[in-house]
Design a protein. Structure first.
Length: 302
């Protein structure tokens, strides 16, 4: 299967390497030093068990991606506008577009950018990986999964074809008839931890394992679930308890990717995390004081 991946960082580089190693025709859309390193040496994946390298196609020329059956969009949310025109052109050439971004509005944003809705699949992933240096991805030993689903809730042949391709690369993958629920499940944990750890400038244990820190996380989780239900998402009644159990099981030294971005002093995904929850709260008239505060405080980067 020919698969284009827009973005060769942690998510795109890691899953691209696995798919290429399994024999799929994968081309990464990359730029600068990362592109040069991938062309010269392929992608290298490192984790606690060792490392492996995979030769893989890479380009910065969108026309070279035409003919792909699927296009996985794997950039950070703040780079989506940059690659959206590429996704649009590939969609118009017949490719199915699958965003694997944080937040819950990536498909809507791509549709606004001109990607036909019928060419979009919803996508969500759980993976802990980042670009350590050009062409090198550092991966944490973490339970990884990709979930895809049609926006209209139909279990389609193309969704199943992508799932089978992912599974052939030893990637846990499922197709769902309710991708919105899956997106909001990840959003609930990710956004709550980003807000709490970001405001405290702390790893998970430093905030979670204090009485008031635990309460802060619980309230952040509750606000997200409340606005999701108010927006019509079929969030299970057990979600808040499930999220807290998941958060309590996280390694104490773990840092959310949002906090890592904050510590590096670069761009962050605040707008699609607490910023989005705050906006959703205003739209639905649901109070979101934790995320209102996080959006205000973290925007200052102090």
């Amino acid at each position: 299967m020919r698969i284009a991946i827009l973005g060769a960082g942690g998510v795109g580089g890691y899953f691209g390497a696995l798919l290429a190693r399994a024999g799929h025709d994968v081309v990464l859309y990359a730029r600068g030093e990362n592109l040069a390193a991938i062309r010269a040496n392929g992608i290298t994946i490192r984790d606690a068990n060792g490392a492996f390298s995979v030769p893989i196609g890479a380009t910065n020329t969108p026309n070279e991606l035409i003919g792909s059956e699927f296009v996985i969009v794997a950039v950070k949310s703040y780079s989506l506008a940059e690659v959206a025109p590429v996704a649009k052109d590939l969609a118009l050439a017949g490719a199915a577009i699958v965003p694997l971004l944080n937040g819950v509005e990536a498909a809507k944003d791509l549709e606004r950018a001109g990607v036909p809705r019928e060419q979009l699949l919803g996508g969500q992933t759980n993976v802990s990986a980042f670009k350590a240096e050009p062409g090198v991805i550092q991966r944490a030993l973490w339970k990884e999964r990709i979930v895809v689903g049609e926006l209209n809730g139909v279990l389609s042949d193309r969704a199943m074809a992508l799932v089978e391709a992912l599974r052939s690369a030893n990637i846990e993958a499922i197709a769902t008839t309710n991708i919105a629920v899956e997106l909001w499940r990840k959003f609930n944990m990710l956004c709550a931890m980003a807000a709490a750890c970001g405001m405290a400038r702390s790893d998970v244990g430093g905030i979670r394992d204090t009485e008031l820190g635990h309460l802060l996380i619980q309230r952040a989780v509750n606000e997200i679930a409340a606005v999701g239900r108010a927006k019509g998402v079929a969030i299970p009644d057990t979600q808040e308890a499930d999220m807290m159990r998941g958060i309590e099981a996280l390694p104490a030294t773990m840092k959310p990717s949002f906090l890592l971005d904050l510590e590096r002093g670069g761009l962050t995904e605040l707008d699609v995390l607490s910023g989005a929850v705050s906006r959703f709260g205003r739209e639905t008239r649901i109070p979101t004081p934790v995320h209102d505060t996080a959006a205000a405080v973290l925007a200052r980067r102090s």
